[in-house]
Design a protein around this ligand. Structure first.
Ligand SMILES: Cc1cc2nc3c(=O)[nH]c(=O)nc-3n(C[C@H](O)[C@H](O)[C@H](O)COP(=O)(O)OP(=O)(O)OC[C@H]3O[C@@H](n4cnc5c(N)ncnc54)[C@H](O)[C@@H]3O)c2cc1C
Length: 599
């Protein structure tokens, strides 16, 4: 029961590492270093730990920059998703200004806690379309077709709905569908989509879903109405306490570099990240007998590799870092789903602004959540999905006849991957101010298969300093053409809702339908959707877009080092990334166990 009487069992660097860092050769084999079998860097990988830690003699060290943040508020769906509230466990740093977008700067947001992004995200659970993985498999990634990875989705999932094919029911990661829409415009939006001929599909998370459809989203919320993050699912207090002798969870700790002997990784250096910064001179080292597994995310993983001398040679030399392995793919090929929001004014009680602007209403909703487990505090920020394939629309945005032919919209075929998502969200999804007392319904139009690429490069050799992130949005002109279409479709849905009698007025929309006005709108409204990926992509080292890890997630040319997070995705998936991140973690665990010599 909450609150726990025993605190979550975390340790600090002095408890688990040897001070001063990497032992010199004269120390003999690792001197007095603390020794573990595996060192895991980055707390999203916690999904692996209960499974890797099969044998009682296996010792694991987990290093995470954020904290355990094991509080009641961190489980309330709406409160924990309000990532901009002070004290929320996030990294927030500006991206490189983009000249092609009038130099406007947006912020990157990432989770900083055990469980990474799953602690603060929108709780949307989507595996993505089978075609995405089948495309990887077609391009040579062995073991990564949808049929091959589906068991790893099933293993982790504890679906709370009816027993249907393709879902997991016994896993610790709870997912559910709500049988009603919490807010009126969400329901009216589904009606409008139906009127436009967009089919409603029962279950986005099965291969039977067509490449163009809408429907109700699965959310990672458990039966008691709590957020079910990867932390809650895979390393709850009971598991952490049970394993504390052989699993050391070291929070508030930044890994600063991976340490080598020749081309073999032998351990990790790290320090405690105090609010005031690192304590001078307090560096620690721990030795990894078997492997180091990096899962610091698409921004953190390339940063740690480059700080350790693995990355593009010229860049490392420029930063004065000794090159251990020249790997041009590290930090290259940053992919992200760029988004642009159109927004409409709606009645206040029809949007989340009601909670912000009406304190009494907020208290009422809160009590409803507390005592009945209902209401807006339980509601996921996005409750419905709308995935579209642009080629199925005529220029006037009516649907082509073939969109009704199941063989033409079979989303297991790499030919048929949706390229647009429209996210209906009952809140302000832009940087602009919305007057108090105004309700908002937004349509966040997102490119699912962007062609533009960015990069992550070191801004400083200080591991606590955010790297330079160039998102490269719209550097490929095809993305701008597609985004215009996505905005036009968003506006079309809004018009349909209005035509069907729902009261919505323009709040943030393009001045006209001309390409020039749409482009101006894109430049002033573009944003990230927090789906950073592919900066250590799984592909051959000499691929035209160079890879960093092989099909077993081992870093090319370096022994005893794997990566398991969204950075390894060969290209961005056409969907939200937390479920794929967990699938990657489960598959990595499986491969680590397969590759572990039996003793
Ligand atoms: C605001 C927001 C909303 C989102 N909404 C959704 C959604 O609704 N559905 C969905 O599917 N996806 C969503 N996402 C995306 C999803 O959460 C991420 O794609 C996913 O969590 C990425 O997982 P990851 O393992 O790659 O990295 P992360 O989750 O970023 O985890 C990396 C971890 O490594 C730690 N770390 C980094 N560097 C170091 C270091 N040097 N030493 C020690 N630790 C380190 C970090 O602190 C972090 O905890 C959202 C993301 C955000 C930010």
């Amino acid at each position: 029961m909450w609150p726990f009487s025993t605190p979550y069992p975390v340790v600090k660097p002095p408890d688990i590492g040897s001070q001063t860092g990497f032992p010199s050769d004269s120390c003999g084999e690792h001197g007095h270093a603390a020794v573990y079998d595996y060192i895991v860097v980055g707390g999203e990988f916690i999904v692996h730990i209960p499974s890797i830690d099969l044998h009682p003699s296996v010792r694991i060290l987990l290093l995470e920059r954020g904290g355990a943040v094991d509080t009641w508020a961190s489980r309330v769906p709406l409160l924990s998703a309000a990532y901009m509230t002070p004290g929320s466990p996030i990294y927030r740093h500006p991206v490189t200004p983009m000249n092609n977008l009038d130099g406007r700067v947006v912020n990157m947001i990432r989770g900083k806690a055990l469980g990474g992004g799953s602690r603060i995200n929108g709780m949307v659970y989507t595996r993505t379309f089978a075609a995405d993985y089948n495309r990887w498999s077609e391009s040579g990634r062995k073991g990564w077709s949808y049929d091959e990875i589906e068991p790893f989705f099933i293993k982790s999932e504890g679906f709370l709905g009816p027993r249907t094919d393709g879902h997991g029911f016994d896993g610790p990661w709870k997912t559910r569908l709500f049988d009603r829409y919490f807010l009126k415009p969400t329901a009216r939006c589904v009606d409008a989509l139906k009127s436009m001929g967009i089919p409603v599909a029962e279950d986005i998370n099965t291969p039977a879903t067509p490449a163009i459809a809408c429907g109700n989203l699965h959310a990672t919320i458990d039966r008691s109405g709590h957020r079910c993050s990867t932390f809650d699912a895979f390393l709850p207090q009971t598991v952490a306490l049970d394993r504390r002798d052989r699993l050391k969870i070291c929070t508030g700790t930044a890994a600063t570099s991976l340490r080598f002997e020749g081309n073999r990784i032998v351990g990790v250096s790290f320090f405690e990240e105090l609010e005031s910064g690192p304590e001078p001179g307090r560096n620690y080292y721990a030795h990894a007998r078997r492997e180091v597994i990096v899962c610091c995310g698409a921004i953190g993983s390339p940063q740690l590799l480059m700080l350790s001398g693995i990355g593009p040679k010229a860049h490392l030399q420029e930063r004065g870092i000794r090159v251990v392995k020249d790997l041009p793919g590290v930090g290259s090929n940053l992919e992200e789903h760029v988004g642009v929001s159109t927004m409409y004014r709606v009645p206040l009680q029809d949007s989340f602004h009601y909670i912000r602007d009406r304190p009494l209403g907020a208290i009422q909703e809160f009590l409803k959540y507390l005592f009945k487990g209902e209401g807006l505090f339980l509601c996921p920020i996005t409750q419905i999905w709308v995935f579209l394939w642009s080629t199925l629309f005529e220029d006037d945005l009516t649907l082509l006849g073939k969109s009704k032919d199941p063989s033409q919209v079979d989303s297991t075929s790499p030919e048929n991957i949706p390229d647009i998502e429209i996210m209906p969200i009952a809140f302000n999804t832009t940087d602009s101010e919305v007057p108090i007392g105004t309700g908002i319904f937004s349509f966040l139009a997102v490119l699912l298969q962007p062609r533009s690429r960015g990069s992550v490069r070191l801004e400083s050799n200080d591991p606590l300093y955010p790297p330079t992130c160039d998102l490269g949005f719209f550097t490929d002109p095809a993305d701008r053409v597609l985004m215009r279409k996505a905005i036009r479709i968003s506006q079309r849905i809004a018009e349909q809702m209005q035509a069907e009698g729902y009261p919505m007025e323009d709040q943030n929309v393009p001045d006209s339908d001309s390409d020039a006005d749409l482009d101006a709108f894109i430049n002033k409204s573009y944003r990230t959707t927090f789906h950073y990926s592919s900066t250590c992509r799984m592909a051959p080292e000499d691929d035209t877009c160079p890879g960093v890890v092989d099909d077993r997630l081992r870093v090319h040319g370096v022994r005893n080092l794997r990566i398991a997070d969204c950075s390894i995705l060969p290209n961005i998936l056409s969907n939200h990334l937390q479920a794929p991140a967990v699938m990657v973690a489960e598959k990595c665990t499986h491969m680590v166990l397969e590759d572990t010599p039996r003793t």
